[in-house]
Write a protein that binds this ligand. Structure first.
Ligand SMILES: *Cc1c(COP(=O)(O)O)cnc(C)c1O
Length: 354
């Protein structure tokens, strides 16, 4: 087995650090100098190494290109005022990646590679981590099938990679969203709870149509009855109805178990709010809107932390919200952003030092 912190490193001869415009980071534009790589062959992890971020060579029969056996994670590391680096809840991402792997018939990624390898990689490329408020190093671990065959079966070999890159503070303008009635994202028994590329591929037409109609995203409904809301794009969804925080439950495996969602539930409860994880029907939301009880609507995910919804359209009804009055979620957003910047001293044990 791989020993912790002993991964061999090939360092780049020409750093790309000077090409990064730290004033205009955006998202997903820049990549750090190095990547972690590991191969799964003959039932074992081998070739664990860190090397310069570079092109990979493959033959056209690479099975992931045909049958989409691929999973990923998305997480962040922040540099605090003293220059300490912390990753937010990386063990949750590791566990989730391995749940996704199980669903996609892929091998488990060992902690020594995922966690220790990630820390070693981040330490090596730490100059890429921006230190401004809400700026971070985005971390993208992913695993894909590498057998060269057109046979339909689980692959006999896989490649695991971690790439990283600096990202800016994510200003998310309040979103306009419509309730998707034609397409569905996930059905019970499907892959909705796995972080896999196929779920995204299947959602792109819907988002393209939403954009054409002037909307930012769609709110997915359950596939069976088109009655219960599920989640939005790459975000889970939460509502404040009356004084209660309400969010769709995860029990039927159609919703991605977001680490932001999980953290918010803990933080809201700690602050004394009642949180309900349960089925949320669109009829209930419409009724709560009509009676003035639907006070806050927001998406939550690693990229934006919390992203407010200013308009929600269902059939002919356009529900409009005053985002400036969404104080509970706005305060919570600040709490979580401050938390990631290590301004709270980590009372929940969510920060892991690099
Ligand atoms: C990643 C993701 C989320 C958010 O999960 P976080 O761990 O909070 O970033 C929500 N929905 C989908 C479909 C996702 O892929």
């Amino acid at each position: 087995m791989v020993e912790a912190m002993s991964i061999p490193v090939t360092k780049t001869g020409h750093s790309n650090l000077d090409k990064v415009d730290f004033k205009h980071l955006g998202f997903g534009k820049y990549f750090s100098d190095h990547m972690l790589e590991a191969d799964y062959v003959n039932g074992e992890w081998t070739n664990v190494n860190i090397r310069p971020y570079q092109a990979l060579g493959f033959l056209p029969a690479l099975s992931v290109l045909h049958y989409s056996q691929t999973i990923f994670e998305g997480q962040k590391a922040h540099k605090d005022e003293k220059g300490n680096i912390h990753i937010f809840r990386p063990h949750e991402n590791w566990k989730r990646m391995n749940r996704s792997a199980e669903r996609l018939a892929m091998p488990q990624v060992p902690e020594e590679i995922f966690i220790d390898g990630m820390k070693q990689l981040i330490e090596l490329d730490k100059d890429f981590i921006p230190s401004g408020y809400d700026e971070s190093l985005y971390i993208r671990p992913f695993l894909f099938a590498t057998e060269e065959t057109l046979g339909v079966k689980e692959s006999s070999s896989y490649k695991f990679l971690i790439i990283t890159g600096p990202v800016g503070s994510y200003f998310s303008a309040p979103a306009r969203i419509y309730v998707e009635e034609k397409y569905t994202r996930a059905a019970p028994g499907g892959t909705g709870a796995a972080k896999t590329g196929g779920n995204y591929a299947a959602s792109l037409l819907s988002s393209a149509e939403a954009k054409k109609q002037g909307y930012d995203q769609v709110l997915w409904m359950d596939a069976l009855e088109h009655k219960y809301v599920q989640e939005v794009g790459a975000m889970n969804i939460m509502f404040m109805i009356g004084d209660t925080i309400v969010t769709p439950d995860l029990t039927d495996g159609t919703i991605l178990n977001g680490i932001t969602r999980m953290s918010l539930i803990e933080a809201f409860e700690e602050k004394g709010y009642k949180v309900e994880e349960r089925k949320v029907s669109i009829d209930e939301l419409v009724e709560a809107y009509r009676t003035g009880q639907l006070k806050e609507v927001f998406g939550c995910g690693t990229a934006a932390t919390i992203s407010h919804v200013k308009e929600l359209k269902y059939k002919d009804l356009v529900m409009e919200f005053d985002v400036d009055s969404m104080k509970v979620s706005a305060d919570m957003k600040k709490y979580l952003l401050d938390y990631k910047e290590n301004l709270h001293g980590d009372p929940h044990g969510w920060l892991e030092k690099v």
